[in-house]
Structures are given as structure tokens and as C-alpha cells.
Design a protein around this ligand. Sequence first.
Ligand code: ATP
Length: 248
Amino acid sequence: SAEHPVLEVRQIEVLYGQAILAVQEVSLTVGEGQIVALLGANGAGKSTTLKAISALVGAERGQVTAGQILYQGRDITHAAPDQLVREGLVQVLEGRHCFSHLTVEENLLTGGFVHRPSRAALRADLERIYHYFPRLQERRRTAAGYTSGGEQQMVAIGRALMARPRLVLLDEPSMGLAPKVVDEIFEIVGRLNAEQGVSFLVAEQNANVALRHAHHACVLENGRLAAEGSAQALAARDDIHELYLGAA
Ligand code: ATP
């Protein structure tokens, strides 16, 4: 509802196995219609935070051992991942994970069945995705394994959009891509946000590009929140880049 942020993470702690404390006392908020960047170096805990939210840490022997996660005002700390997808909370995993033997269009369709749509509705969802990613329309009959890294990232985002999400958790979309392609992807994310009202929580090591497109940003260091603020304010702080973000 309107008075709740889309997502509220309160003081969570995430433990892998019995002893690896990957995230401690992390709090963050994604307001309705916001793009929030989750920044930090390799191993800072970005992926773990996203997977804690989407309930996928469980698949990696991790668990949320303290704190609370609220989605649209409801406690989802111990919810099931498939239920969250049906409710519009969808993660795009790091590394894209396309089905390489399926065509681009078949990959997109795999994301479309959560709401048991009619054929016409599926078609309409596909057309909406092709509107934002014309490149995917051109490549729709190509096996995903034969498309470029940028196109595979677009497939992964497009597949998530087929579930008609309200909040997309996007893990390291820039990974391994040329700067021009990264900009293209972030621009499309910005348009989806502005035109479709989809909120995004984007984990990125590439702070510069993420801060250019996000409204708000949080910085993780060694599993803890090291800084946060408006993207504009953080981008203006030189110390942030030097202390937490390396050369990115
Ligand atoms: P990257 O971008 O490289 O994934 P990250 O900021 O997303 O970095 P995480 O992947 O969340 O960082 O890792 C945070 C910490 O948790 C690291 O110390 C990592 O070694 C540890 N970790 C991550 N996944 C597991 C796992 N499945 N089992 C045990 N430890 C893990």
C-alpha cells in the first residue's frame, strides 16, 4: 500500500553454515518507485543481502539469524522464494544464468508462468519486453548461448520482468560487460522504473555507473553498512570511492 516502502530491511544478520557471518546489522529501505544501489567491493556481502531478501540464501546453506525483512509492509523474513516471486519480488542472479540451449524467446517465456497467464497475456508481456529491449526481439529465435554477454543480461532481466514484478533485485548487471553496454542496460532499467513503476535494488561493484542511475545508495564493507545517502550526495564524496569502492 501507499504508506509502506516497497522493501524494508531491518538490522539483518546472515550466517552461512555454523560460523560464517556474511552480513551484520544491515538495514536499508527501497521506497515505492525507487532505484537503490547496493555498493561495495568483492565479498562485501551484496549478493548475500539480495539472496536473504529473495529467500535464496537457504539454497546456499545460509540463513537470516537476526533482524527482519518487510515487503510492502509484510514480514517476509522466512517466506518461501516461489511465493515471493508470485507476489512480485524477483531476483536476477549474478552471472545471468540463461538456458543456453533455449532461444531468447523461450528463455523469456520461462519467466512468464507464475501467474498462469493466457496465451494472449503471455504474448502481451513479451511484446512489452521487446519494446524495452528491441535487441531481444531481433535475437528472439537465437539460442541464448550464442548471444553476447550484454544480450544475455537483457534476457535475464527480461525473464524477471515476465513475472510482472513490483521489485527487482538485480545482482551485478555490469559484470564482464563493456561500459557502453552497461550504460545501455542501466538506461533501460531507468526507463522501466520511470514508465512502469518497477522498483530496483541493484548490487554493483561499479559504483560510478550505479550512482548515475540510482536515487539512493548504500555501501557495504565486510558485511556491514559503511555509508548511505542520496546517490548524488554519495557520488560527491571522494572518500567513499577511496575507502570502499576501489577503482570502480
Ligand atoms: P561478489 O560480488 O563477489 O559476489 P558480494 O559483495 O556479493 O561479492 P557475497 O557474495 O555476499 O559478497 O559474500 C559475502 C561473504 O560471504 C564473503 O566472505 C563470502 O566468502 C561469503 N559467502 C558467500 N556465499 C557463501 C556460501 N555459500 N557459503 C559460505 N560463505 C559464503
